[in-house]
Design a protein around this ligand. Sequence first.
Ligand code: AOF
Ligand code: ZN
Length: 359
Amino acid sequence: MAKAIRLAQKGQFTTSPNPRVGCVIVNNNNESIGQGVHIQAGTPHAEIHALREAGKSAKGATAYVTLEPCSHYGRTPPCAEALIKAQVSRVVIAMTDPNPNVSGNGIRMLQDAGIEVSSDIMSAESAALNPGFIKRMLTGKPYVRVKLGISVDGKIALQNGNSQWITGSEARRDVQHYRAQSCAVLTGSGTVKADNPSLLVRAGEAKFAHYPLEAIRQPVRVIVNSADDLSRDYTCMNDGHPTFVASTQHNADTDNRQHLTVDAMNGKVDISKLMLQLGDMQFNEVWVEAGPGLAGALMMAGEVDELICYQAPKLLGDKGVSMVSLPTFTELNQAIELSLIESRQIGNDIKLRYSLNTP
Ligand code: AOF
Ligand code: ZN
C-alpha cells in the first residue's frame, strides 16, 4: 500500500477534479506484477493501468488500491467490474471513496463477486493525498489553504505598503508547488490593485519532481471584487489565462471576462456562498494569497482549512500591516485556535503549517 500511495503522488498536479489514486497488483509470491497511477480525468483509473500491465497473471492476485475502486460509469467504466473480470482474488483498499456515486458500492460489488476485501489500510496516508477531493465530496466546498508571508512580528507589509520581498526566494519557490496543485488561486481586488500579481505558476522556478514542465497546469484565478470595478490593465485580467471576478452584481460596462455573481452579505461577497460555487465548479483545492481583509473574512466565516505562514527573520515594527484582520476580541476564548501540523526551515525562513479543524 505504501508503494501504491507513492505512485498516487505522481498525479499530484494533474488529476483534479478527480482524486490522486495508485494501485499495485501482487502475485501469490508477493511480487509486483502491475502498477498504475491515475493521471488525468477522462483517462483510465489506476486499477486499469495496473490490470493492463498484469495481464492474465492478475487471476488469483491481490490488488492494493489507495481508494475504493469505483462502481459507476463516469467518464470511464467501473474499476470494480474490471477487477472482477480479471478474477483477482483479493482487493486491499486504503479508504472508501467519499463520492456518493461510489461510497461502499465498489466494495459491495467486489464482495458480491466472491472477492475478499480488506479496507482501512493506511487510510490517513491515502486521505492526505486528497484533502480537496474528500472535502468537496462531503461538503460541496473546496479545501482552502491561506498563505501568508510574514515577519517575526506578524506583519505582511510596511505602513507604506512595501512588501517585496519579506520572505526569501526558497520560500517563494515552495509556494509555486501549492499554486500548481491547486485548482484555483483566490485573492482580493485590493491585492491586485496594490501588487498587480500574476498568481500563475512560475514552473521553471520550482522543482516539480518527475514532471515534464508542460504537465504543470496553471490554476484559475478568482478575484473577490464586490464592486466589480477592476480594469483590464492588471496582469491577471489580460494575460490570456482564465480569471473569474466574484462580485455581488455584474457591472455590465466591464467587458467579457468570466464572472461569478455571488449573494451579498452586508454588501460584500458572501464568502461561504462563494466557496459553494467554487465547489460546484469542481475545484478541489483553493490556494489563497490575499491581504489581511480577505484572509480575516475567510477565517471568521470558518472557511479556512489550513494556514501556511512563511516567517522571515525580520521585524517590521508596529506600524506595519498586520497579517490578518479580525474583530476586536475581548476574551481569550474568542481567539481563533490553530493546531501546528508542520514546522521547518526553508532557506532563512520558517514554514509553519496550521490546521483550523473546520467542521
Ligand atoms: C478509481 N480509481 O484511479 C480514480 C477513481 O469520471 P471518472 O470515470 O474518471 O470517475 C471519477 C470518479 O472515480 C471520481 O469522482 C472518484 O469517485 C473515482 N476516482 N476511482 O476506482 C481511480 N481516480
Ligand atoms: Zn475507477
